[in-house]
Design a protein around this ligand. Structure first.
Ligand SMILES: O=C(O)c1ccccc1NCC(=O)[C@H](O)[C@H](O)COP(=O)(O)O
Length: 205
């Protein structure tokens, strides 16, 4: 079964709907570079409303360690996710499980970076280019998804209710991650797109 993370939540009602429809995790973006950035107060409201067994992932992109500490303290996320040029030991300093996002917009050139994160609990391959923010709606060539890595791989970038089944068929990811493909505006989730996306993933197996 392919796991599902719905990213860039800014509203309690959207996070609750995702949980009700069967999402495995939601993502909260804290970096100032995001159109989906949440405040600590928003994040706490979402985290405390979520039912059990739905994971909370906190996202950063080349942010100060101080911000990461503040979020850990205030929100108690299940996982951290780093989208910038943070090295493995920097990501590991918080003593928390983390995902490292790799910008696959560079194509094959980015593949060697996947080996640089032995401490990561999983690697998220995203469609954006180096230095660009996530949540871009850009897909990459799914056939580049490696098959020889020990860590779970999460497929992200430009996934929608329409293309996610094909993406799973080609890439066989552990999980899929979506932000803009289930939105009506940045940070505002569309209930129908959310339902269609989760249905499409569950149908794909
Ligand atoms: O979503 C953002 O605004 C964002 C900004 C900076 C770093 C990461 C960000 N999101 C990361 C995600 O996990 C997205 O879900 C992922 O990039 C896929 O986005 P999309 O292509 O829109 O589905």
């Amino acid at each position: 079964m392919t796991r599902i993370k719905c990213c860039g939540m800014t509203r309690v009602e959207d996070a609750l709907l995702a949980a009700k429809l069967g999402a495995d995790a939601i993502g909260l973006v804290f970096t100032a570079r995001s159109k989906r950035r949440v405040t600590l107060a928003q994040a706490r409201a979402i985290a405390s409303a979520l039912p059990p067994f739905v994971g909370i992932v906190a996202l950063f992109m080349d942010d100060d360690a101080e911000l990461v500490h503040e979020v850990i303290e205030a929100v108690q996320p299940d996982l951290l996710q780093f989208h910038g040029e943070e090295p493995d030991n920097w990501c590991a300093q918080f003593g928390r499980r983390f995902l490292k996002a790799i910008a696959m917009g560079e194509g094959r050139a980015a593949l060697h970076k996947l080996r640089r994160y032995p401490s990561a609990a999983g690697l998220l391959l995203d469609g954006h280019g180096l230095g660009e923010a996530g949540g871009s709606g850009k897909a990459f060539d799914w056939s580049l998804m490696p098959t020889d890595l020990a860590q779970p791989l999460i497929l992200a970038g430009g996934l929608t209710p329409t293309n996610v089944a094909e993406a799973i068929r080609v890439a066989h990811p552990w999980a899929v991650d979506v932000a803009s493909g289930i939105e009506s505006a940045p940070g505002i989730k569309d209930p129908q797109k959310l339902a269609d996306f989760i249905h499409a993933v569950r149908q794909a197996g």
